[in-house]
Design a protein around this ligand. Structure first.
Ligand SMILES: [Zn+2]
Length: 87
């Protein structure tokens, strides 16, 4: 284990955003506790939900970048598949 990894392991975000309601969640070992909805998450659970949020955001950005034309095309392909599968 190098110095950097050790640092990351110790570091904890003391103020986090609740993945459920968007409120402020405080680090109260071993949980992040949301002050708004009372959600309590262990650190790795919180980080996993954060990753999910990030990938959802990423997909939304891809949709935006591709524009409505490509999205329509994708829906069209799905429709073709759906209709085709009914034959
Ligand atoms: Zn909350």
């Amino acid at each position: 284990m190098n110095k950097y990894e050790k640092y990351v392991d110790i570091e904890v975000i003391t103020l986090a955003t609740c993945p459920e309601c968007g409120g402020k969640a405080k680090w109260e070992p071993p949980f992040y506790v949301c002050g708004v909805c009372g959600l309590a998450l262990r650190r790795h659970e919180y980080e996993r939900m954060l990753d999910k949020q990030k990938s959802a955001l990423w997909e939304a950005q891809i949709d935006q970048a591709e524009g409505p034309d490509k999205k329509r095309k994708r829906n069209r392909e799905y429709l073709d598949w759906y209709l085709g599968s009914k034959k």
